[in-house]
Design a protein around this ligand. Structure first.
Ligand code: C2O
Length: 518
């Protein structure tokens, strides 16, 4: 029931589909860029019914497909681009779906003035699954091939460590987009921990980048994603203010890939680097194909908590999309859970990150703070200069900040750990929604050793998405740290040192605590 206190009107109820007749212009960057991204209206809304499936569509890895497939996708997208802008199936309308659901074109139905937002909460995975579903079905119908399946950008694999060639190699292709990063064209390697402030850094070797990316994937899918709320993101119910907390994959690598892909010469990072414009780049749908694939993979990994949420407020949340026949269709989260029911699966590709556990860098930290390994964080804290007292929060995160955070329990048994995950909560995050924001979180490490170290707990990172509600301060970052604490040998410590390292943008932090969640 997190967040219910944020609005006097809030009741425990699902977020209903928006009333598209009340769609409004969005102000994408303050007053700078008012954009109309509303869909055509329709008087008739039909409820989604799973279509009869004769043959599953198999979504392929973008780097593995042949010429014939690329030509087919190019042709389908060309036809989609040629439809008049007023046609809900047109590429410009498809792109605007993202803008409307992400830049507060809609209020929540029944809650005027309360924004509908599909990021930074448990709506993230299901909304984007539906979005791709209809995009794919429309493309298939435009070429008369109902088995057509969109590709996924396999960025969790060495084969997908650059922008997929189908989107970049032919400037005349419908798959090409000029509003993309110039610096990051292939063969430039994708950094899943990308931040703007890293731009000046040296270019990594292939093997180093692969190793680091694998460690990041391990953290976001395995060690840091052991519960539903860590993976899916915070709950978001009718009447509540949005952006409770992002899920592990949404935060990283989903968001850094957006920023990395957008054109750095554009003030607002278009296309991929800003929510209002992200859907204008065909590569967006391949990026989200892999995000969607991660949902399926997460459920298939061992662990009894790796299941879909059963809360009816999630299951009954609804969205509206136009289908391939221009019908306005109401869909629910419940209907999105099984991709086979929607008629598609992903090509099986190996998961090189599955065993890529990060390594502890504790010795260098010990050297820096002048303690020996094995000394408790509380003792270590005494030798750390400039520790910020927890009582000083809220603070503006303008410099590297280290705090000592008490743990409510210590030395837990294996069974206890399986029952409840230890979660580091960075709360009251207040950030500039117009700009790229990133800060990193380390536990028991002063060296900022990088994402391939066990001490790296994760990052808060957002895509610019100006919205009309700017005063929200309820956003949290939740990081699962049970496995991390074992890896750095802090299981029996009463407290841990948490270091926040600002990377991009302006952000305030309200507080830090450790909680246990099943
Ligand atoms: Cu709706 Cu990748 O964002």
């Amino acid at each position: 029931m997190t967040g219910i206190g944020t609005s006097p009107l809030a009741v425990a109820a699902p977020i209903d589909a928006p009333d598209i007749t009340k769609c409004g212009n969005v102000e994408t960057q303050g007053q700078v860029l008012p954009v109309d991204c509303c869909p055509p209206t329709s008087l008739k809304i039909i409820d989604f019914k799973p279509p009869p499936i004769t043959k599953l569509r198999v979504r392929p890895a973008a780097h593995k497909v042949g010429k014939e497939y690329i030509a087919k996708y190019n042709e389908a997208l060309k036809r989609m681009r040629e439809l008049p802008d007023t046609d809900p199936r047109s590429f410009s309308q498809q792109a605007d779906i993202h803008c409307a659901y992400c830049n507060s074109a809609y209020d929540q139905t029944g809650y005027p003035g309360v924004e509908l937002q599909v990021h930074n909460s448990w709506l993230f995975f299901p909304f984007h699954r539906w979005y791709l579903y209809f995009y794919e079905r429309i493309l298939g119908s435009l070429i008369g091939d109902p088995t057509f399946a969109i590709p996924f950008w396999n960025w969790d694999h060495p084969g997908g460590i650059a922008m997929p060639a189908m989107f970049t190699s032919d400037k005349n292709s419908a798959l090409y987009d000029v509003n993309r990063s110039i610096a990051h064209q292939p063969p430039f390697l994708l950094d899943l921990d990308y931040s703007k402030s890293k731009d000046a850094g040296k270019i990594p070797q292939f093997k180093d980048q692969v190793d680091e990316n694998n460690t990041i994937m391990y953290r976001q899918m395995v060690s840091g994603a052991k519960t539903q709320s860590l993976f899916f993101g915070g709950d978001f119910r009718a009447g509540e203010q949005p952006e409770n907390s992002p899920g592990s994959i949404e935060a990283t690598p989903h968001t850094p890939i957006h920023i990395w892909s957008g054109n750095e010469k554009n003030k607002f990072g278009e296309n991929m680097g800003n929510f209002y414009s992200a859907g204008r780049d065909p590569m967006f749908y391949a990026h989200h194909g892999n995000v969607d694939r991660m949902w399926s993979i997460w459920k298939s990994l061992p662990g009894k908590k790796r299941t879909d949420i059963t809360d009816p407020d999630w299951l009954n949340s609804a969205f509206l999309f136009y289908d391939q026949n221009k019908n306005l269709v109401r869909v629910t989260v419940a209907d999105s859970l099984d991709t086979k029911r929607l008629g598609y699966v992903y090509e099986q590709v190996d998961l090189p990150w599955l065993k890529s556990k990060p390594k502890s860098g504790t010795t260098s930290k010990a050297k820096k703070v002048g303690i020996s390994v094995g000394v408790s964080a509380a003792t270590a804290a005494e030798s750390v200069k400039g520790l910020t007292p927890l009582t000083n929060f809220p603070i503006a995160l303008t410099k590297v900040t280290t705090v000592l955070v008490p743990r409510p329990k210590k030395g837990r048994s294996k069974a206890e750990k399986e029952e409840e995950e230890e979660i580091l909560v960075i709360e009251g995050i207040d950030y500039d929604r117009n700009s790229v924001v990133k800060f990193d979180v380390y536990v028991n490490d002063e060296d900022e050793g990088g994402p391939d170290k066990s001490e790296f707990a994760g990052s808060f990172v957002t895509v610019p998405h100006n919205t009309k509600n700017k005063e929200r301060t309820n956003t949290k970052l939740k990081l699962g740290i049970s496995e991390l604490l074992e890896d750095v040998g802090a299981d029996d410590d009463e407290s841990v040192l948490v270091t926040l390292v600002p990377k991009d943008g302006n952000v305030k932090v309200g507080g830090i605590k450790i909680v246990f969640e099943s």
